[in-house]
Write a protein that binds this ligand. Sequence first.
Ligand code: CP3
Length: 343
Amino acid sequence: MNDTFLRACRGERVEYTPVWLMRQAGRYLPQYQAVRANIDFLTLCKTPQLAAEVTLQPVEILGVDAAILFSDILIPVEAMGMSLEFSEREGPVLGEPVRNKSAVDRLIIPDAEDDMPFVIEAIKILREKLKNKVPLIGFSGAPFTLATYMIEGGSSKNFIHTKKMMFQNNRLFNYLMEKLTLTIISYLSAQIKAGAQAVQIFDTWAGVLTPLDYKTSVLPHVKKVISELKKEGVPLIYFVNDCSGILKEIKKSGADVIGIDWKIDMADAIKQLGKKVVVQGNLDPCALFLPREEIEDRVKDILWKGETANGHIFNLGHGILPETPVENAIALVEAVHKYGSKD
Ligand code: CP3
C-alpha cells in the first residue's frame, strides 16, 4: 500500500513528499464533466457509485498519493435542516438564513448513518475499490465556515450578518457554533468508522476574522472538534484559508497537520508554527497556469522550505481552479515526486 501520505501526516520518515490537490475531483477534468453532464452536483454527491467514480478519477489521472471523498462541506448543513441548492452563477444557496434563537433551536444534530447514508456508502465503496492503493481522506467544514453559510444564507463578501451576530449576540453565535461542533464531531467520527483514513477540516472563511475574534469565538470550538476526534486515531488536518494572521492561534488547535494557503511564504509559516508541526500546501492554484519549468521552480522552492518542518504534504494553497490545464496538474504531481525524493 502507498501509505506515504499517512506516514507524512504522522511526521514519520517518507521516501518522497506525498501530494494531493484540494478539489482534485472537479470541473477541470473532462472525465468529471462527462459525469456531470447527466446529473446535477447535489445528486452526484448523493449517488454513492458516481461519487466514488469521480473520487477515483484524479487518483488514476494525476497519480496523487491520496483520494479525497467527493462531496461538499454543505451536505451536513442540509442534514441539519436547511434547504440547499447549487446555482451555476451564485454557488450555494441556502434557505431562510439562521439569525435568531428559534432558527438555531430548529436545527437538528444529524446522525450520519440515518441522515447522510450516501456519504457512508460512498466511503465503503471507495475503500473497497481503492484496495489500499492510496489512503482515503474524509472531510467536513469547520464550525465557523459552516456558520457563515447558515447565517449569510450562501456565499458572502464581508460576512456582515455573521459578524453582527458574533458581536451583538455572542450567546446566540456560540449556541450555533456548539450545535455545529457536535454535528461535525459525529459526522467525522462516522466517516472514520466507515473507512476514512484521515480527515480534513476546511475553515475556508476563518481568515476574515481578527486574531482576537478567532481566538475567543472560534478556536475553542475547533479545539473541541479536534480533541474529540483524536480518540479515533486517524490524522487530522486543519486548513484555514488566509491563515497568515492567525497562525499562532491555529498552532494551538491540536491538529496533526496544518494546511497553509499561498499568501504566506512556507518558510515564514513554519517559523510561526514551529518545527514540530507537519504542514500541507502551499502552491498558488494559479501557478498551474505558468510554463512547466516555472511550475517546477516553485515546486522546488516549496519542497525545500517544507523540509524544515516535521513533515510536509504537498498541496495547493486552495482548491484547483476549473480552468486549469490537466497536463499542468499532472506535471505538478510528477515534479513533486521527482524533486521531493529523499533517496
Ligand atoms: O477536494 C475534493 O476534490 C473533494 C470535493 C469537494 C468539493 N467541495 C466539491 C465541489 C470539497 C472538499 C469541497 C469543499 C468545499 N465546498 C469548500 C471548502 C473548500 C474550499 O474550497 O474552500 C467550500 C467553501 C464549499 C462550498 C462550495 N461548493 C462552493 C462555494 C461551491 C461553488 C463554487 C464552485 O467552486 O463551484 C461548491 C461547489 C462544488 N463543490 C463543486 C465541486 C466539484 C463544483 C460543482 C460543479 O460540478 O458544478
